[in-house]
Write a protein that binds this ligand. Structure first.
Ligand code: ACD
Length: 136
C-alpha cells in the first residue's frame, strides 16, 4: 500500500537511458541537457481523495494533483500537453499519458519506504530512474 510512503522524500540516485527516452519524446537539446543534469527530490502526499506528487529540482517545480483512475490534463516537464491517468496498483503509481499526436507514454513509479523506482516507456524505448529516501 503506497500510503506508508506518504510524506517521505526521495532523491535521484541513478538514471539509465533517460536521454534516449527524452529523444523519443522529441525533447529538445537544451531541455535534455537540463533533464540529465538535475537531481530532483520527489515526494507523495494525500489530500482527501487526491494524491499530490511533487518533483522539485533547480530545473522545475513539477507538481501533479490527481485522483487515482481519473483522467486529467498534464503539462509534462518539457512543456507538452497530455491527457494523463494515474492508477494506483499496490505500491505502484501507473501513469498513462497520451499526447496531442496520440503518442502513448507509460510511467510506473513503485514506492517502498527506502526507494522509488521509475520505469518509463515510449515506443520501444525504456528508461529507469532510481530514487533513494533522503532526510534532506
Ligand atoms: C523524473 C523524470 C520525469 C520525466 C517525466 C516525463 C518525461 C518527459 C519529459 C522529460 C523532459 C524533460 C526532463 C527534464 C527534467 C527531468 C527531471 C525533472 C522532473 C520534474 O521525475 O525523474
Amino acid at each position: 500500500m503506497v500510503d506508508v510512503c506518504l510524506g517521505k522524500k526521495y532523491k535521484l540516485e541513478s538514471s539509465e537511458n533517460f536521454d534516449e527516452f527524452m529523444k523519443a519524446l522529441g525533447v529538445g537539446f537544451l531541455t535534455r541537457i537540463a533533464g540529465a543534469a538535475v537531481t530532483p527530490i520527489v515526494d507523495l502526499k494525500k489530500e482527501n481523495e487526491y494524491y499530490i506528487l511533487s518533483s522539485i529540482s533547480t530545473f522545475k517545480h513539477f507538481i501533479l494533483k490527481f485522483k487515482p483512475g481519473v483522467q486529467f490534463d498534464e503539462e509534462t516537464p518539457d512543456g507538452r500537453q497530455v491527457k494523463a491517468t494515474i492508477s494506483i496498483v499496490g505500491n505502484t503509481l501507473h501513469e498513462v499519458q497520451i499526447d496531442a499526436n496520440g503518442l502513448e507514454t507509460i510511467i510506473d513509479r513503485t514506492f517502498t519506504p527506502d526507494e522509488v523506482k521509475m520505469v518509463m516507456n515510449v515506443d520501444d524505448v525504456s528508461a529507469t530512474r532510481l530514487y533513494k529516501v533522503t532526510t534532506e
